[in-house]
Ligand binder design. Structure first.
Ligand SMILES: C[S@@+](CC[C@H](N)C(=O)[O-])C[C@H]1O[C@@H](n2cnc3c(N)ncnc32)[C@H](O)[C@@H]1O
Length: 136
């Protein structure tokens, strides 16, 4: 099967998916990226104790920043379709002692995201939405 035209839509089908993991980590350390992430995170106003979902988490560059911001009482879930990147993300988070507050799940946006979102840890499940009826 030929490689996808946009490699970021199918990293695991590329000839060397590990190369993308190395690239994302190297890019994450560049001054331009660090600046951009700081500005973005200020804009997001992440608070200690927060519960954050990142879709398209890659190797977890941003997710690890988020994990530091939410602190020990918070939690970050990174959803990422590439198994290779998820494996790298879990390893790096473990190496940096962040695995208690950030987890990575294999999944994509839209139709697969529901399955990747963890169930609420406390309380009962919310009622399923009912179809709307006409007024009156
Ligand atoms: C440019 S990378 C960004 C990685 C990461 N956010 C970071 O901080 O370095 C975009 C990521 O989106 C993922 N992606 C591609 N299609 C996706 C989809 N449909 N749903 C979720 N993630 C997707 C890619 O596998 C890739 O890891």
């Amino acid at each position: 099967m030929p490689a996808h035209a946009d490699p970021y839509l199918a990293i695991d089908r590329q000839p060397d998916p590990e190369q993308y993991a190395a690239f994302l980590e190297a890019r994450g350390r560049t001054p331009g990226q660090l600046r951009l992430r700081r500005r973005f995170l200020r804009f997001c106003r992440i608070r200690p104790g927060g519960d954050v979902l990142e879709v398209g988490a890659g190797t977890g560059v941003l997710a690890r920043d988020l994990a530091r911001l939410v602190g020990r009482r918070g939690h970050v879930t990174g959803v990422e379709p590439s198994r290779v990147l998820v494996t790298a993300a879990r390893r790096i988070a473990r190496e940096q002692g962040l695995d208690g507050r950030v987890e990575f799940r294999v999944g994509g946006a839209l139709h697969r995201i529901r399955a990747a979102i963890p169930a609420p840890s406390t309380g009962s499940a919310p009622p399923s939405p009912r179809p709307r009826r006409g007024r009156g």
